[in-house]
Design a protein around this ligand. Sequence first.
Ligand code: SF4
Length: 343
Amino acid sequence: MSKNLKNKTLGELESIAENLGQKKYLAKYIFTFIHTKNAEGISNISTLSKDFRAELTERGYHISNLNTVQRLTDPDGTVKYIFEADDGNRIETVLLTEGKRRTLCVSTQVGCAMKCTFCATAKIKFRRNLTAGEIVDQVNVIQKDKGKISNVVYMGMGEPLLNYDAVLKSVRILNHPDGKNIGIRHLALSTCGQAKALRKLAEDDIRPRLAISLNAPTDELRSKIMPINKKYLIAALMTAVKYYQLKTKMRVTFEYVMIKGLNDSEICAQSFVKLVRHIKCNVNLIEYNPHRHCTFAGSDRRTIDRFALILDDAGIETTVRLKKGQDIKAACGQLGDDLPKPS
Ligand code: SF4
């Protein structure tokens, strides 16, 4: 069992305190010191007695910290952090600022096993899941560096629903009023289409906002660029999305990366409309960001606007997401391009 206190919910910390013969309320000091005061070691939790701190340390409890290897700033203001975990694995996290809104795009795995053809992270392949502590720490470090984070999106490296327990635990920690207190509507998770896990999430007692990375309106096309589609066909995915919506009453977001000549035709837009028009949703059209591992090119602006118009005309709220952080390879689909590949 992990002895990293950053990995623990408040309830788990209360159990630890009680098991050590201490008062339950002391757990709150540990939780708030880690998640609001960025305590990097047990010795920093000054509200605990010296004896309790010593006992925690003697029993192997500790607080892990991601090490910032590099911080890159794009001319458009996007900032990318490269972090190293205790075992030497590296991940990337991106901060996007729009007025007062600071959105952090966090990673959930080292690499990714999903092999989406347009994505640089897929080239690192899957190494391991991140712990809840490592997910939360991306927020801790960047908030300390840049100020209050208003939104967290689980859209960085990895497929969040394949690291279900740690991701949901990190949502609980970030959402907790005694910690960062980030509202559940300000926490969003994006999946490539893990239909089974989506149904599990629908039954959970804490549910962040949901985004589905769709990227193609037909099985034939989607299976070419997203191998997950061979496991869960679009029909199965849509059934799971509708079930999620039935349970949560929440609007979902469909993400669609616009790739020149591949998925950006008017026919694709019309098929897309047929697919989602009965779902309470909005659509984000994302400009494709090229990287050295892929020969795809991004759709031109006219094609994207025409695609958006077809969706808009069908009454589907559509936003075009412009490239951000491209110079520092922090844009959507580029994460991990700077990290070491498997030998
Ligand atoms: S797009 Fe997401 S799910 Fe697909 S390979 Fe990249 S990180 Fe993994």
